[in-house]
Design a protein around this ligand. Structure first.
Ligand code: CO
Length: 134
């Protein structure tokens, strides 16, 4: 059901420092920071040949990644995003197999303006999973 690895998201305490590590130390192509107020994050995209790394930093008061950063002060891997062809069909299949879909289960537009859903980490080896309709 899942297709390509679209991105791995890493929450970081300092976006400028993290972008510098990926750009200078690791020699990757790194975007400018982009505020996404409706998602409560500022993002920097690291473009790799086969996938992306999304560096995330909390933006605003109700950021979904603020708590994660508070308990992982050096930063850490936050979620993996896999592409699916039909996000509602994927959701229904996952629910039928007992997996928990976060929120109300309705796909919403993610950071790339494509429909996304999140799956409960306890059902997926301790990893928060994002599905994105490619
Ligand atoms: Co993501």
């Amino acid at each position: 059901m899942i297709g390509r690895l679209n991105h791995i998201a890493v929450v970081v305490p300092d976006l400028v420092a993290a972008a510098g590590i990926y750009r200078n130390t690791l020699g990757a192509k790194v975007s400018a920071p982009l505020d996404l107020p409706e998602h409560g994050v500022t993002t920097v995209f690291v473009e790799l040949a086969n996938t992306k790394i999304e560096l995330l930093h909390p933006l605003g008061d109700n950021s979904p990644v603020a708590k994660f950063l508070a308990s992982n002060q050096a930063g850490g891997v936050h979620h993996c995003c896999f592409e699916v062809e039909d996000i509602r069909a994927a959701r229904d299949k996952l629910r039928a197999s007992g997996a928990r879909v976060l929120g109300d289960g309705e796909p919403r537009l993610g950071a790339h303006n494509k429909p996304v859903l999140f799956l409960h980490p306890k059902d997926f080896c301790g990893t928060l999973i994002e599905l994105e309709q490619a």
